[in-house]
Design a protein around this ligand. Structure first.
Ligand SMILES: O=C(O)CCC(=O)C(=O)O
Length: 279
């Protein structure tokens, strides 16, 4: 049972493309997941990325599909209240888990997360797609709070993916596909309405797959910034096998079993399992 009044949250989400849910998860999940995240940081997976070069201070760590190798991540993604919240916000009869993405910026990390929106990176299409960004530390402007461009999910744009670290080598492909480059938002910040929230551990931000977002480095010298993005999909989402999505990335391919999904198929499978269904 969900204890929040999701009506206002849903209205704000639909209008702005991002909204905060305070105390989204219980203290028990918070404790278990903080420990599990620290375990992952000490035992990086084979698809993980160290965005901070080894000769620089700090650490920006990214990792994907952790639920497949860690039972706490799996249980959190499947059995916490997040799937049901996703179902209610998306008006969906069922919810599948798409994947988890860990995004940790340790103190004194200068690497930014560039402005981007998510859908162009993903081999899916549909309307019922939502991401949670759950905070496992106090997060503020200084420690790299994620910023969202208010209303950008309604711009009717599909910008070419930009890589967080080194270039993916896909620029020519995106040009060929006719994907537009995202504008230089930092050069014209006054033109945009930026949403950002200071968070307590256990708060979560939800954002739409087309909302543009990004973050600075973690300038704090002592506050960590452990965030976990969890992506859920609803009953209208189908596989879209266009080229240049993250599923074609060799590292990601290497951690997934063979995907027997064709363009237009539902994602129901062991890789994208159903985690919630209406009774
Ligand atoms: O944690 C960040 O800096 C970026 C988060 C992000 O890109 C996402 O949640 O999709």
């Amino acid at each position: 049972m969900i204890k929040f009044d999701l009506k206002n949250i849903k209205a704000e989400y639909e209008l702005n493309g991002a909204v905060v849910i305070r105390n989204a998860i219980s203290q028990k999940w918070l404790d278990d997941m903080q420990r599990a995240i620290d375990y992952i940081l000490e035992n990086p997976g084979s698809a993980s990325i160290e965005y901070t070069p080894s000769n620089k201070k700090g650490r920006y760590y990214g990792d994907f599909f952790i639920w497949m190798r860690n039972s706490t991540f799996k249980s959190f993604a499947f059995n916490s209240n997040l799937p049901e919240i996703a179902a209610k916000l998306l008006n969906s009869k069922k919810i599948n888990f798409f994947y988890d993405q860990l995004l940790v910026k340790e103190p004194n990390t200068s690497e930014i997360t560039p402005w981007h929106h998510d859908l162009p990176y993903w081999p899916i299409s549909g309307q019922k797609i939502i991401s949670f960004w759950v905070a496992f530390d106090e997060v503020n402007e200084d420690s790299g709070a994620v910023k969202y461009i208010k209303g950008s999910h309604k711009w009717n744009k599909f910008y070419a993916p930009t890589t967080f670290g080194k270039s993916s080598g896909n620029v020519d492909l995106y040009n060929k596909m006719g994907l537009e480059t995202i504008p230089d938002i930092n050069a014209n910040l006054d033109d945009y309405d930026i949403l950002s929230w200071d968070l307590k551990p256990g708060d979560a931000i939800i954002h739409h797959p087309l909302t543009i977002h990004g973050s600075s480095g973690n300038k704090s010298l002592k506050t960590r910034r452990r965030g976990l993005a969890l992506r859920y999909i609803g009953d209208d989402v189908i596989w879209d096998d266009r080229p240049g999505t993250f599923i074609n990335n060799e590292k990601i391919k290497s951690i997934l079993p063979n995907l027997d999904i064709k363009g237009g198929d539902s994602l129901d499978s062991e890789v994208f399992p159903k985690v919630w269904e209406s009774k």
